[in-house]
Design a binder for this molecule. Structure first.
Ligand SMILES: Cc1ncc(COP(=O)(O)O)c(C=O)c1O
Length: 343
């Protein structure tokens, strides 16, 4: 794809490099010698900072290079060969990871979503069906916070999911590729600590929030911590230079950079949404985080397409479609002004 003529790419939140502070931290550490495979001082410091943020000094923290790898490592760790994972049909593991989870030998149950979210009722219904010993056994509930359509689980909703999971002897795994955008989102009522109290395992996404790349896997459940590093090693996820990822998380969490980046991206999304609304257009789903899904006539989409990078998300009727716009920690107001002017 030739992007040279685009005024701005709204494709995603990883279109820019890294926050300057993160790049500087990597540069400043470049000449230092450190131990490998996550035994270095940066990794210890980053783990400690994350433990402080979630208020749990006993949680295990591990660093991996990508969200897909985090999902593969965590889910294959949690599941026995005959066990399966539950997700909404629009869930990232179900749609966008080229069968990465199925390739580990585990079925993904696709359940319908309400506003992009899994519901306790849907889990109940599945569990009532999957009782025969000749069937695969559901063992993990996978959700992402925020979801594929930028919606956010409220505290009450997440508590309800966690309760159903516990009742049914299921682990709760939260994909936090955009967890920063979720906790700083509009009307959000949960912080990282509260999420950590409900999840058995989750990850904190760096790639989409101003990191160069990498994610921090957090395991609050003490019964799930043993041998995780060995499992990571086997899956090719244990980085000899783990420091390159963990340094980024030291920067993120030694003050509020992680939350500031997400807040900024969300604010830019609100600015863009307000401008689009003012012109009389509607949205597929309320704008709460840094993903927006405005509905435009197809003729307008065709005119915007050569000017800006975005994905066409959903056809609504013969004349209208929703597109996806994503703002980042780096999106400038000028890009939003340009988009609105073109619109
Ligand atoms: C919710 C979610 N999970 C996981 C991923 C995968 O991340 P990566 O592309 O870094 O493997 C993404 C990326 O788009 C995502 O949005």
């Amino acid at each position: 794809m030739n992007t040279a003529n685009y005024q701005y790419l709204f494709f995603n939140d990883y279109s820019e490099g890294a926050h300057p502070r993160i790049l500087a931290a990597l540069q400043n550490s470049n000449d230092m010698q450190e131990l490998g495979y996550g035994e270095d001082d940066f990794t210890l410091q980053a783990s400690d900072l994350i433990q402080q943020v979630i208020g749990n000094q006993a949680a295990a923290v591990h660093f991996v290079s990508s969200g897909t790898l985090a999902n593969i490592v965590c889910l294959s760790y949690l599941l026995k060969p005959y066990e399966s994972v539950i997700a909404v049909s629009s869930g990232h593991i179900n749609v966008y990871e080229a069968g990465a989870i199925e390739a580990t030998g585990h079925k993904v149950h696709e359940l319908s979503a309400v506003d992009g979210k899994l519901t306790p009722d849907a889990i109940h219904e599945l569990m009532n069906r999957m009782t025969d010993e000749h069937m695969v056994k559901p063992k993990v509930v996978y959700i992402s916070q925020s979801t594929e359509i930028g919606s956010i689980y409220t505290k009450k909703e997440l508590e309800n999911i966690a309760t159903v999971a516990r009742k049914n002897n299921l682990y709760l795994y939260i994909d936090g590729a955009r967890i920063g955008h979720a906790v700083m989102g509009k009307n959000a009522d949960m912080n990282l600590q509260q999420i950590a109290e409900l999840a058995d395992i989750f990850y904190i996404g760096g790639t989409k929030n101003g990191g160069l790349m990498g994610e921090a896997i957090v395991i609050p459940n003490p019964n799930l911590q043993a041998e995780f590093r060995r499992h990571m090693r086997q899956k090719g996820a244990l980085l000899a230079k783990t420091r390159t990822v963990s340094i980024q998380f030291v920067e993120f969490f030694k003050d509020d950079l992680y939350f500031a980046n997400a807040t900024f991206a969300n604010q830019m999304a609100q600015l863009l949404a307000a401008g689009i609304s003012q012109k009389g257009y509607r949205f597929l789903t309320p704008v709460l985080t840094n993903q927006l899904f405005p509905i435009f006539p197809n003729a307008i989409i065709a005119k915007l397409k050569p000017l800006f990078g975005f994905y066409e998300w959903q056809k609504l009727d013969n004349e209208h479609s929703a597109i996806r716009l994503v703002t980042s920690w780096k999106t400038q107001k000028s890009a939003i002004d340009q988009f609105l002017a073109s619109l």
